[in-house]
Design a protein around this ligand. Sequence first.
Ligand SMILES: Cc1cc2nc3c(=O)[nH]c(=O)nc-3n(C[C@H](O)[C@H](O)[C@H](O)COP(=O)(O)O)c2cc1C
Ligand SMILES: [Mn+2]
Length: 478
Amino acid sequence: MTGKNRPRDMRQWLAHLARTDRLAVLREGVPLKHTLAAMAKLLDGHKAAYFPRPGGHAMPVVSGFMAQRAWIAEALGVESAGLLEAFRTAAESPLPWREVEAGSAPCQEVVLRDVDLLAQLPIPTHSEFDSGPYITAGMVIARNPVTGVQNVSINRIQVHARDRMAILLLPRHLHAFYQEAEARGLELPVAVVIGADPLTLLASQAITPIDYDELEIAGALHGEPLEVVKCLTSDVRVPARAEIVIEGRLLPGVREEEGPFGEFPRYYSAKEKREVIAVDAITHRRGPVFHTIVPAELEHLLLGSIPREATLLSHLQRSFPGVLDVHLSMGGVGRYHLFVKFRKRREGEPKNVLLCALGAHYDLKQVIVVDDDVDVHDPKQVEWAVATRFQADRDLVVISGAQGSVLDPSTTVGVDDIENLPPALQGIGAKMGLDATRPLAYAGHIFTKVRIPGEEEIDIAAQIVPNAVVDWETGTVG
Ligand SMILES: Cc1cc2nc3c(=O)[nH]c(=O)nc-3n(C[C@H](O)[C@H](O)[C@H](O)COP(=O)(O)O)c2cc1C
Ligand SMILES: [Mn+2]
């Protein structure tokens, strides 16, 4: 897919995956509790999983349709190597959206005002100790109560009752909007959008200052303004070609218990009192498809890691033009471990680079700087560089007592009364930086990587004689 072929909605992308043998259709009636997520997890990174009549529900569920870096690059019409640059360019040149008339958008073809979430939507329960069904792929859209500018983020949402849900708001933009509204005793209208094209989902994860509407970044990624429509019960604008929209309000002064829930580091976050959404309406397309993201699987990790990589790359390049590429490894849950490819000019520079990276995002826990002959997207090559170019007494930087991820369970070891630890004391941990670059000057071939002349150029498939039969008596080929 290039240029104008970028998918405009989720079903266009699913059709493309199906045409290219990347969509598995599962048998009808797969249970929504655990089994659906288990099957999607088994297919994760290989094929998108499409579940007709899950749990007997009329509405199908899909998962894992952006579970490979190459698929996301393809949706954007670029090679994988150009993905971060393309994302960064779009994030720096947002395109204002284009509004279509209320009621005329595909996402409003069917309107349900008497809401019963679990009866009307096939909402799965994912992990063993999850408190119940969760919406995991909902883009939550709200307007800044002061400026009116919109914001998009994905937030996990627990279903409480027919028309009531609890949501996890980390201290980012939606939370800031909610605080503004709550301080005035006001409700904050929100829309939860389920079933969007891969580019809009990716845009929702852009790291931007407040009052940058991520739907404008979605437009830039598409190369044309995104079509939006006004919600039926509020002023929030949503992508017109979304599959499903839940319209509601975040209630001031209300908190209800949410969790536990299996999160991206593959551990549970605890039950706590969280903000609550009262639902007013559900609108959807005809023949809607519900999207669920299996927590901690590739779709979840990549959605977060690619926009972060783009931001980290541009941050590092501002100070160090020798930084060529970065990668947040999947083993490091796409958040904690950063590999940096760096063209070193002077000794010592890799340590400056790793200090710069560790300061750029609190989630980063380990940074490994490697030379430009190492592919940072291949964890084996990075481990090889550490194995052969790194000495811990000389090349290791450790910083203790820094802010880290509150979802990293190792930050809780030795903490007394973890249940009542105030937020200001949560997630404190150590940072580690590894300079795994070789010296600029070395004797003979000590640090020359072994290669065999011709290995890069030869097309080996073209050199193999088809259907050859060797006569083992004479060694001749017949
Ligand atoms: C699948 C998925 C689930 C997420 N769940 C949450 C969540 O429950 N709460 C939250 O605050 N952020 C969550 N995030 C992260 C935010 O969506 C992300 O940080 C976003 O860029 C924040 O937007 P903002 O900068 O406009 O606030 C999730 C991300 C993904 C990809
Ligand atoms: Mn934002």
